[in-house]
Design a protein around this ligand. Structure first.
Ligand code: AHR
Length: 307
């Protein structure tokens, strides 16, 4: 009609094989490697001709990788946006090119891009709830008088860093035993987590709780604490998110208290949702992944399936 903008996503034809784009953001941690592997494994069973790239930690490169996938004629895009704002242009360009986009694991700024309009759906965990559950575990399991918390944040401007901070901070504010004395980014990386923890330990030697937005930074923090002669699991409680093999081992070893699951195995879900979309089914704007929680009670039962 005349200038009437209708919010809708590009259609997807039902066919046997699809050219699928998966522009990964980086490959510097086991979570990312497991996620990429899940897409490669699914390609074989779901009839995907998969184009996968690695932006090596650069949002600009991730946008350029999407451009090149559009030029290569992908039918569908599964995008894990590294940060909430810089990846918006990629979402917009895919829509303009008639390519349906599914956001996987991370989201984009909802004030600019919306499900059912700019992209079909967000497949992923509730990161606010993950942060809340980490705080709930701490509130229930902390036996000291005063909890002095250092928070290691994920990648600045990413949806998991924003939401895991909000969920945890709001919940922990309800218990006046706790104080967050420092909150700094470790970019979801083990080595940066270790370095940031080393620095924060000098400024706050009385820290007795570390909340890390992912397991890699938690492992880095454990290394820094041990180097400083502290005893993670005894005089410092570590709470984290993901459920990697190293984290489950740290729980078994008594060094880490809890990790709230955030699953990287998106391939099969992506295949299923894509086929439903191609069949003309109505897809909800958020397909929420349900997460488990790992503690000393069940870590040993799950370490064999961990990544
Ligand atoms: O988006 C999910 C997060 O990204 C994971 O928790 C983290 O390990 C990864 O880098």
């Amino acid at each position: 009609g005349a200038g009437l903008a209708i919010a809708e996503t590009p259609p997807l034809e039902a066919k046997d094989t699809y050219r699928v784009g998966f522009p990964q953001m980086e490959s510097n941690n086991p979570w990312r490697i497991a996620q990429t592997k899940s897409f490669h494994d699914t390609a074989e069973t779901c009839g995907w001709d998969l184009i996968a790239t690695d932006a090596a930690g650069s949002a600009a490169k991730q946008v350029a990788d999407v451009d090149s996938m559009i030029a290569q004629g992908i039918d569908v895009l599964f995008l894990p946006p590294r940060e909430e704002k810089p990846l918006i242009p990629a979402v917009m360009k895919a829509k303009a090119a008639g390519i349906p986009t599914f956001l996987v694991d991370r989201s984009v700024d909802p004030s600019v891009a919306q499900a059912g309009d700019h992209y079909v759906s967000f497949l992923g965990s509730d990161f606010i709830e993950q942060g809340q559950r980490a705080a709930d575990w701490l509130i229930a399991n902390f036996s000291g008088e005063k909890g002095v918390i250092v928070e290691l944040e994920g990648t600045t401007g990413s949806s998991p860093a924003n939401d895991r901070k909000k969920g945890f901070d709001d919940q922990i504010a309800t218990d006046d035993r706790f104080e967050i004395v420092a909150s700094q980014t470790g970019d979801f990386a083990r080595d940066l987590g270790r370095q940031v923890m080393e620095t924060l330990l000098q400024a706050h030697p009385d820290v007795n709780v570390v909340y890390a937005h992912n397991d890699e930074m938690a492992i880095g923090a454990i290394q820094a604490l041990e180097l400083a002669g502290r005893k993670p699991g005894e005089d410092v409680i570590i709470v984290s998110i993901d459920g990697t093999r190293d984290a489950l081992q740290a729980i078994i070893d008594g060094k880490m208290g809890v990790t709230v699951e955030s699953s990287p195995f998106f391939g099969p879900l992506a295949c299923d949702v894509m086929k439903r979309y191609a069949a003309g089914e109505e897809i909800p704007g958020w397909i929420k992944v349900e997460d488990r929680i790992f503690t000393k009670d069940n870590a040993a039962d799950h370490i064999d399936e961990a990544y």
